[in-house]
Write a protein that binds this ligand. Structure first.
Ligand code: ATP
Ligand code: MG
Length: 443
């Protein structure tokens, strides 16, 4: 991670890091204050007394002013307290745990994993690993990303060579633990990012198994933009006398505007094309309910001449990462994804999130639309609604505490008949294939 011989400003130029020096934040009410004094924004990052090598990484990343969650969470984390950190999407939660971890691990022996960060998706694990690498670039600390879908050998090799920080998805981490290629005995800090997701039924058994392998005497940090009450009770079981820092309300960021587009299921793709044609959009993230549909919609958009790709669990990990990288780089303008892309992903150019299919909960809505409007930017969220989605619309309106605007495109034929191969209705939740129009779609 060290880049010897280059000044921080040279690094910024050479690696075209994002500059955030002009970033401003809208005031966010703090609802549950952290205990003890905390630095004010004007003190900048100096007030945390981070090691100079870490401050060099902060500077190289272009961070000037700590965000509210960073201001409130970093001091207690540096004091060694357990913490639940809740703040809206795109408000800098990652650095709020990465910076204190780097600081703490600098004082420890090298070559042992001292901090473990758990992520729900592979792409998020990779992204967090990159943030650790970026912020720790001037330190001797090393990080490894551990997730499935790629060969295990390289990860084992990195672990054998010695790393201090591991960013892992639960399944592959357990593989390493069982094979004895990951030594958890020196882990002092555990971070569970997107904690409410990792504590839901799908992940909970794996999380429990991982916790059994870790030292009881450790610092545990949980972060998310949402935390339902039942999960909040559950997570408290694994924390020791935690500080809770909650910035703002657990709802979508205010800088994103919302609109509903009522439409029949079979007209969603034509409507999507009409919206893409009629609006100037920098980068668009489209969410579908199923992997199959993400693939199909991205194919349809490519067929119509758009630079589109899909991100969904049936693709190889190489294809998934390539699609995300191309989207980040701007060579792909539209990414059609399942909820695998709903949490944590940070692509600053996303101007629009379009829910082709309704998310399955208001929290899922918050995370999906949180892929835009990050770090003070504005964004737009469009949601296609069919008759069956009205209950969820009401729940989202309740969350936003405001009615959602319903839009109708003036020149769109809402009475058009289904095109050949178009879905007549949404795929069934029991996993059976959806009913399609009479002639099968071209393969
Ligand atoms: N102090 C800062 N100044 C400027 N930019 C920052 C600062 N801290 C973080 N950022 C940038 O803000 C963006 C969002 O940060 P991050 O991904 O950590 O958000 P998050 O709160 O974890 O969001 P999510 O809930 O979606 O996971 C990133 O591009 C990050 O580099
Ligand atoms: Mg995050």
């Amino acid at each position: 991670m060290s880049h010897q011989g280059k000044s921080p400003s040279a690094l910024i130029e050479a690696e075209s890091l994002p500059s955030a020096s002009n970033t401003r934040y809208s005031p966010i009410p703090e609802t549950v204050p952290a205990q003890g004094p905390s630095p004010s924004a004007t003190d900048g990052f100096q007030a945390f007394h981070l090691h100079p090598s870490i401050m060099a990484g902060v500077q190289a990343a272009g961070y000037v002013t700590p965000t509210p969650i960073q201001m409130k969470a970093i001091p207690p984390v540096m004091q060694g307290r357990d913490l639940i950190g809740l703040a809206q999407t795109g408000t800098g939660k990652t650095a709020a745990f990465v910076l204190p971890i780097l600081h703490r691990l600098l004082a420890r022996p090298r070559g042992q994993v001292g901090a473990l960060i758990i992520s729900p998706t592979r792409e998020l694990a990779e992204q967090t690993h990159e943030t650790v690498t970026q912020l720790g670039r001037r330190t001797p600390l090393r990080s490894v990303a551990i997730y499935g879908g790629v060969g295990i050998y390289q990860q084992t090799q990195k672990l054998r060579d010695g790393v201090e920080i591991a960013v892992a998805c639960p399944g592959r981490l357990l593989d390493h633990l069982w094979q004895g290629t990951f030594d958890p005995s020196h882990i002092e800090v555990l971070v569970i990012d997107e904690a409410d997701r990792l504590f839901d039924m799908g992940f909970l058994p794996d999380i429990r198994k991982i916790l059994q392998c870790l030292l009881h005497e450790r610092q545990t940090l949980l972060f998310s933009a949402t935390m339902p009450d039942d999960v909040r009770h559950l997570v408290r079981e694994i924390l020791h006398d935690p500080v809770t820092v909650q910035i703002g309300l657990m709802r979508p960021v205010a800088s994103v505007s919302h609109a509903l587009y009522p439409v029949g299921q079979h007209l969603k793709t034509p409507l999507l094309k009409a919206i893409l044609k009629g609006n100037s959009m920098e980068s668009v993230l489209v969410f579908t309910r199923t992997k199959h549909r993400a693939e199909r919609v991205s194919q349809q958009l490519r067929g119509a001449g758009y630079r589109a790709a899909s991100l969904q669990g049936d693709l190889s990990q190489y294809q998934r990462q390539a699609a995300l990288d191309a989207f980040r780089a701007g060579s792909v303008k539209i990414l059609v994804a399942t909820d695998v892309a709903a949490r944590g992903l940070d692509v600053l150019s996303i101007s629009h999130v379009i829910n082709y299919d309704m998310p399955d909960s208001p929290d899922a809505y918050t995370h999906r639309i949180g892929r835009t409007g990050r770090i003070g930017a504005t964004g737009e969220a469009f949601t296609f609604v069919t008759d069956k989605d009205e209950d969820m619309v009401r729940s989202i309106e309740h969350l936003l505490n405001a009615p959602l605007e319903r839009r109708r495109l003036p020149n769109f034929d809402y009475r058009a008949r289904p095109a050949v191969g178009e879905f007549l209705r949404a795929p069934r939740r029991d996993g059976r294939r959806p009913i399609r129009s009479r002639r099968p779609a071209a393969r």
